[in-house]
Ligand binder design. Structure first.
Ligand code: ATP
Ligand code: MG
Length: 538
């Protein structure tokens, strides 16, 4: 390979990583509009914005979302987080030292083994004593195993029981390397897969229970899940969500959250959105637990007709069987018992009142008895919104009540309800229905020729921009023909033509590019002219 091709190969290597993507103009203007509308609508309902970190301790998600779920079990991006420490350097020295390499320099090799392990052990012991590193079982094990295996190794080498060429050498060194690798220098942190847990963490951390209740918060931002990328499913995706924490669990709260959501979707122009609701009761024997037991025995009876995923879920999480999209299972699922017939009186009343309140607010809904959440702390109202144009990933929003979550994360007993909109899917659906256009392009392209005209052009650009019009001022002189072509390509509405004639006459030429109409104006009239035009056209 020639140098040039090698360089090219190297350059071609960089691409956005799988499941992530760049959002580019003009599409980003749509993203901005969608987010801006969220700020506006949510503010009118009394919500304040919370900006959360993208990194959280992994335990937060393990505890809230649950270790049994796909999200926590296999989809999180996580890594070990620690400040600069020499131990990391010493650890890396051991991990990257290949015994095959050691062999080449036998005389120094024994010393190298001694020095590398000793440096690491000293640093680790000191850090544990200072409390900088936790005395985890892995750490204790490394402190014991590394010196032991090292001594074994050195002794065997000295007596000739092991030769530098022996496989045993690699195996012993491998044990040391593994023990060293297992030491935890810091906490495991994860890129957040969702934000509800973070909002609850923040509520507790900042004692928000002392504020007037409920606390109404909303957020926007990227989430990360290592899923199989496909249309409407990415590894970095964006959510717009809101949570209400504290105060009462009155059905009016549930109904208002949903009303806000539908108002928002209407305002951004989403068409064909369908709201599905359900109540999943609460986690008690006379309510959901009773239903789940009932469901489980019904499932056992049809077990051999179900696929392997559903069969497994009968034991791990029977409610999730209702989620199944498998064509072959649909007829069987249709015969299963409904949760509505097993709700306790309080949950039944709550659900009936949520529905009544939705009706009072003019919110259309469909009941879907199969809409569930697999987690214990989710309770009562559950909802989902689907939109057209998204294929099988058609859910644009999921939400529900989760009264136990704040307590589960170490806070006081707190009512909670919230939702998360999949922004990527919302945008896709808007684009598919033709509601995705956002006006782009410049208002005015300034075609100038000559030094004197350039000075006027700079002045014009400044005035236009401060009046709120977008203006493109080409950095180099161009022939008018070329400039007008450029203006067209950029989608400019007007071209302001400034040449020697215009400057000496004090009359500027403004050309409406869609009609080709041209007009002469004195400089001070320019802004007023554009404003009038804008009012006429809108
Ligand atoms: P799905 O069943 O589509 O995987 P989910 O139940 O995992 O959704 P939630 O955790 O409730 O989704 O998140 C709320 C919303 O976030 C979803 O309705 C969807 O619009 C969006 N969403 C979830 N995962 C992704 C993803 N990987 N890419 C894009 N959007 C996503
Ligand atoms: Mg999912």
């Amino acid at each position: 390979m020639s140098d040039a091709t090698a360089k090219k190969e190297e350059r071609r290597k960089f691409q956005a990583i799988r499941g992530t993507r760049d959002l580019l103009p003009p599409e980003t203007a749509l993203w901005n509009r969608v987010e801006q509308t969220a700020h506006e609508v949510f503010t009118t309902f009394g919500y304040g914005e919370i900006r959360l970190p993208v990194l959280e301790n992994i335990e937060l998600f393990a505890r809230s979302i649950g270790g049994e779920t796909d999200i926590v079990g296999k989809e999180m991006f996580s890594f070990e987080e620690f400040g600069w420490t020499a131990i990391d350097t010493f650890r890396r020295e051991i991990i990257t030292t290949n015994p095959i390499e050691l062999r080449k320099i036998q005389t120094l090799a024994s010393d190298s083994v001694k020095v590398k392990t000793e440096r690491f052990l000293t640093a680790l012991n000191e850090a544990v004593d200072r409390g900088e590193i936790k005395r985890t079982p892995e750490t204790v094990q490394a402190l014991a195993i590394v010196p032991q295996k090292r001594d074994e190794l050195l002794a065997a080498l000295a007596t000739g029981d092991i030769k530098w060429s022996d496989k045993e050498l690699t195996i012993l060194w491998g044990v040391i390397q593994q023990a060293v690798k297992n030491v935890r220098l810091g906490d495991q942190v994860a890129l957040r897969p969702e934000a509800t847990a973070s909002v609850c963490r923040a509520y507790i951390e900042h004692n928000m229970q002392q504020l007037p209740q409920p606390v109404k918060l909303y957020y926007t931002g990227p989430m990360f899940r290592r899923e199989r990328p496909q249309k409407g499913r990415y590894r970095q995706f964006y959510q717009i969500g809101a949570e209400i924490l504290g105060g009462t669990d009155a059905p009016a709260i549930d109904a208002e959250v949903i009303e806000m959501l539908m108002t928002y979707f209407d305002r951004v122009g989403l068409q064909g959105a369908t709201l599905y609701i359900n109540s999943i009761g609460h986690n008690a024997d006379n309510c959901r637990r009773g239903y789940v037991a009932n469901l489980k025995s019904a499932l056992e009876k049809v077990k051999d007709k179900l696929g392997p995923d559903s069969q497994r879920r009968i034991d791990t999480n029977p409610l999730r069987v209702l989620d199944s999209k498998l064509e072959s299972e649909q007829a069987i699922i249709a015969t299963l018992p409904h949760i509505a017939d097993h709700l306790c009186d309080e949950c039944k009343t709550h659900y009936a009142e949520v529905k009544r309140q939705l009706e009072v607010r003019g919110v259309l809904y469909q009941e879907n008895w199969r809409l569930v959440r697999g987690l214990d702390y989710y309770m009562r109202t559950t909802f989902e919104i689907t939109a057209p144009g998204l294929g099988s990933q058609n859910a644009v929003c999921g939400g529900g009540r989760y009264d136990g979550l704040v307590e589960l994360l170490g806070g006081p007993p707190t009512k909670g309800i919230g939702f998360a909109i999949g922004e990527d899917r919302l945008i896709l659906s808007l684009q598919e229905s033709g509601k995705g256009q956002v006006q782009q392009g410049r208002d005015v392209y300034i075609a100038w020729m000559g030094e004197r005209a350039y000075a006027a052009a700079i002045r014009a650009a400044k005035d236009l921009r401060s009046a709120g019009f977008s203006a493109e001022l080409p950095p180099l002189e161009q022939k008018f023909g070329k400039a007008l072509g450029q203006a067209d390509k950029l989608g400019a509405k007007y071209a302001l033509i400034l040449g020697d004639n215009e400057v000496s006459e004090g009359l500027w030429t403004i050309k409406t590019l869609s009609t080709g109409e041209q007009q002469k104006l004195p400089e001070p009239d320019l802004i007023e002219f554009l404003r009038t035009q804008k009012n006429v056209s809108s």
